[in-house]
Every structure is written in C-alpha cells, then in structure tokens.
Design a protein around this ligand. Sequence first.
Ligand SMILES: [Zn+2]
Ligand SMILES: [Zn+2]
Length: 436
Amino acid sequence: MNIIFFDGVREIGGNKIIIEKDGTAILFDFGKRFSINSTYFNDSFIGRNRKEVHDRVATKELPPLRNFYKEWPGTQKSSIDIDIKAAFFSHAHLDHIGLIDLIDDAVEKYMSDYSKEVLSFFEKKGIIKNNISNIKIADKPVKVGPFTVHPIPIDHDIPGALAFQIETPKGNIFYTGDFYFHGRTNEKSCNFVKYAKNNNPYILITEGTRFGWGFVTSLTEEQLKQQTISVLEQCNGILFANPYEPHISRIQTFFEIANEKNKKFVITPPYAFILNRYSDIGDKFAKDILSSPNTLIYRSEEMPDTWESKPDGTFVDAAYVYKNQKNIVMLLDFMSIPELIDIKPEKGALYIHSGGEPLPSIDAENAKILQNWLKMFNIPYFNIHSPGHAAQPDLLRMAKEINPEILLPIHTQIPERFEIASDNVKILEKGVIYNF
Ligand SMILES: [Zn+2]
Ligand SMILES: [Zn+2]
C-alpha cells in the first residue's frame, strides 16, 4: 500500500493525501494552501487562465494525476500511474476543500451534510465556482476497491467535521482531519480517540497545528462568552462581532450574549444564509436562532444581491439599528463594514474580533482596513477568540493514548514535536511515495 502527501507537509493547511493499492486510489482532502505559503501563484496572480491546472502541475503546485482534473493537460504525462476513484473531505475549511472545483465530475466526492451546505455558502461568495457535482453525503461506510472508509464525527470549529477510519489489507489507518477538545461537542473528539485506540491503529495521520504556538490556553465557548460580557458591561453600546460565518458554535455564543443581556440579535445576510442552510438539515441551534423573536436580519439596499432573502425572517434597516443601538448585538461580516456609515455607532460601541475575516496573520492588508474603519468611528477593538485546534498537551496526550504502529504528522510546522509522545513518528516529505 502506498501513501503520498501533497502539501500540508511541514505547513499548516493544503492537505492532499492519496492512499493507493494495486492501482486503486482514494484521496483525503484537496485543500488550498494558505496564501502565506504561495510560491508561484496566489489569489490575484492565477497565471494563464486556460492553463491553470497545466501550469500548477508543471510547477509542482498540484499533483500530476491523470483522469482526475476537470481539464487535464493533454500534453502532460502523468508521473503517478494511479486512478483516484473517490475523494473524501474531512471538513469545509478552505485549506481542506478549497480546490474541489478542479476535480473532474467523474470522481465521487464524499463529505458531511454540513460541509455540503458550507460549500454552497462558498459558491455564493464566489470562492468556489458553481459547477460542483457528484457530491455524496458521507454518513455510512464506503467501499472503494480494497478500502472501506468509515466517517467518524470529530469536533472542530466548523460543524460536520469528520475523521476517517480506512480499513486496508494492511490494517486500520486513522486520519484525524482538524480537531479540538474545547468545543461544544468535544465528546466527539474524545470518542474518536477511544475508538481509534481500541481498533488496532496501524497508522495514525494527525494534525499538529498548534505545535510551536507557545500558548496552551483554549477558551471554551462559555469562557469566551463571559469575557465578552465583561467587556460589554463596561462599554454598554452596540456590540459588533465577526465570527466566521460557518462557525455555528461561535454564532450561538453571541446569540446567548444577546439573550442574557436582553438585547436584539441582528445578523447580516451571509449569517442568515448559512443559518438557513444549517436549519434546513435539522440543526437545532440554527433553528433556535432563526425562530427567536430576538433575531433580526439586517437589510440594506446598498448590499450586493448575493444572498437569498427568505421571507420568514424579520428584517431591519440601518435606521432601526441606529435608533436601538444600545440594545443590539450585531454580527457584521467584513464585507458589510461600510454599513457603519449608515448605522452611525455612538459612544459605547465595541467590536469583538472573534475568528472571522480578516485574520491578521493571513490577511494583513484587510486587517489594516478593518482597523481604519473602527478608528474612524472610534470603536474599540477586542480580540476574544479561541483556536479550533487542540492545544499542544492535548495533541501529545492523544498520540500517547492512540499509540499507533506508525504516526504520520501533517498540518503542522513542527512534526518532530510528536516524538515527545511516541517512538513511532515518521517525518514526511511532500510528494514522496511511501510504502506501508
Ligand atoms: Zn486545516
Ligand atoms: Zn480546519
């Protein structure tokens, strides 16, 4: 059995894992690398329009797989003589799913129902193109040639995250995807660890994002809520916040803050869109938020007409928010920040940056623009956030407990750090074919 890792090796994000036996291969994640890791192309320099895949294969930014890309460069020979039969996506963060629309329609794609909804959110935003097809919901084991892939729910800062157990003729491979132990459904992560430990783990492919990050603190949503309330109580004006739109647990936290402080919960259309999508697949939090009489959807004629507006929400405009601002918690996505001109925030307004766009470490230019807007309106900025990845001690404890025959760290800048917890660590190199 062969395993190949493209990207996500000694870097955070961009995961592309291929597992192959006798010519049949399956793929786990097909993510976009973070822009700080860009080498030959980036979001604004996409190169030659009609040769995107060709050029990215030529520069080794994409793996040279035949019968896999929508537009396989005919002149180029595949150096890897395998056919990918199916692609499995652990969750809908772009560093795991971001290149999905390069994949040919003939390749079956599996993901959770939540991930599929997030994908439609990215389509609306124009981040993912709109011709994604052949997506199946991964809610039961899938057999592909010699492999059986079992989806296992795991907790991460986006709903619907999956780990995978891959039954192979050589034994069980477990792939964690991204995960943490301090989220609202952390029992999923604990159950995964127990399950992997008890099911003969031959190989564990695990993330190690926070190795090297220095701090080990991980706020729970409850702690984050209390910190936010303590700031809000001192300011007493409108509270703006920008959680990442698909992160329902964080949206729930701000909804709870609004309820506890007897304030209205106002959301911009991108939040309403994703909540509607989650609600349609039975998410209880999303349903509760949308059906609450306290929840209001912000509508402005200046906003782009990207988001469907469902008739069943209560809509308010800038004049309403202006008039009632002392009694409002508002989720304001970055693209909607110019609405501040019409909302006219008064003294006491505050802005809680909580994991949404722009992230200063990734998008410095927009982070500066955000600061300028807040400065113009004299709104204090507070960063109250908690990462969606397990802290370093948790990662080590997990590795020790599962104790696989082989541990393969990815999605980390310091894979060697797992050697503290295990003698079975193998340090990987990008694009190398490993035989296990
Ligand atoms: Zn990731
Ligand atoms: Zn992630």
